[in-house]
Design a protein around this ligand. Structure first.
Ligand code: TYM
Length: 329
């Protein structure tokens, strides 16, 4: 039985990228592995949410996790901030994380470019906290989307560095994981780039049918292929990537053929895509609203998860303290 860890920042509702990049794999894994799935609320502080927004987002994401099928009897579902041991490991790992390597990470450079007025130390050490999240349970596998590949590489580096420094084989080097083998990137509807929470290009699991239709119909396209079997430009390929995750094979083949023969009508493709997304999202949307109104249930899940996660994390911290050389008098 392998240990699996994954998490999500509570900075907005779950979208199709979160589901197909991470959640879908996790749902399969929870049946056979020792799974930890958490809400990265400490991580979300890098963008300074208000206290009300912070709690509201955490609650929303927890309800969304459960509505997708995460099972608190099978997986340990918890809030990062309920497990202070993570912060101790974060501090310890920070001593062996170098400013130069942290400054060079793509996501840090991205954030600096986009928000130069808020380059806080939490952003710089984001990958260290993420490494702590993962290795605190000694995870072997981490189901994530393509955008987290570099963070995972850093987590392996920090695990290896700790082992080398203390001449132990304590931490496992966590591997990114997807059943489909390579990690995936779900694109947004704006033609380029990934679907994100704050990019305004996402379809969320709580979106109503009419909103889904509106968003899909507005997706960027072009004037259509003019040569048989031509290569698709990015915005069109993106629509097919979405079709690939929500539609039947026969539907995908049908539109591929139409594209190859220059007979495609993007309006038809989008209509079908919106319909298939809605079919996928509708049952989850209903469950989210049910679960969200059940405070007792949410409380029970969070308490149960916190207890199980702390049990695992405190064992690691005890070992790590001993390895480093802390001794009580
Ligand atoms: P976050 O909150 O941005 O996203 C949560 C998960 O969804 C995946 N994802 C995507 N996958 C494919 N296509 C997309 N367009 C897309 N958008 C998001 C992400 O890859 C991720 O798996 N740093 C993490 C949260 C985190 C974490 C961890 C994850 C903190 N500690 C430890 C795993 C293990 C993040 O910001 O993900």
């Amino acid at each position: 039985m392998e240990t699996v860890v994954s998490g999500i920042r509570p900075t907005g509702n779950l979208h199709l990228g979160n589901y197909f990049g991470a959640m879908k794999n996790f749902l399969k894994m929870q049946n056979e592995n020792n799974c930890f799935f958490f809400i990265a609320d400490y991580h979300s502080l890098t963008t300074h949410p208000t206290p009300a927004d912070l709690h509201g987002s955490v609650k929303q994401v927890l309800a969304e996790y459960l509505a997708c099928g995460l099972d608190p009897e099978k997986a340990t579902i918890y809030l990062q901030s309920d497990v202070p041991e993570v912060i101790e490991l974060y501090l310890l790992l920070n001593m062996n994380a170098y400013v130069g390597e942290l400054e060079r990470t793509t996501s840090f450079k991205d954030k600096v470019r986009k928000n130069p007025e808020n380059v806080n130390a939490g952003l710089l050490t984001y990958p260290v906290l993420m490494a702590a999240d993962i290795i605190i349970h000694n995870a072997a596998k981490v189901p994530v989307g393509k955008d987290q590949e570099q963070n995972l590489e850093m987590a392996r580096k920090f695990a290896r560095r700790f082992n080398n420094m203390y001449n132990v084989e304590y931490f496992t080097e966590p591997q990114p994981f997807n059943f489909g083998e390579s990690l995936i990137k779900i694109p947004g509807l704006d033609g380029t780039g990934k679907m994100g929470k704050s990019e305004g290009n996402g379809i969320f699991l709580i979106d109503e049918e009419k909103d889904i239709r509106k968003k899909v119909m507005r997706a960027v396209t072009d004037s259509g292929p003019t040569e048989m079997n031509s290569k698709m430009p990015e915005p069109i390929e993106n629509l097919f990537t979405l079709l690939n995750v929500v539609s039947e094979k026969s539907t995908i083949d049908f539109f591929k053929e139409k594209y190859a023969t220059c007979e495609i009508r993007y309006g038809d493709l989008k209509k079908q895509l919106a319909e298939d997304i809605n079919l996928f999202v509708a049952p989850i949307r209903e469950k989210i609203n049910d679960i969200k109104s059940n405070d007792d249930y949410l409380r029970k899940v969070a308490h149960m998860g916190a207890e199980k996660a702390r049990e695992s994390a405190s064992k690691t911290i005890k070992d790590v303290r001993k390895i480093i050389g802390f001794k009580s008098f």
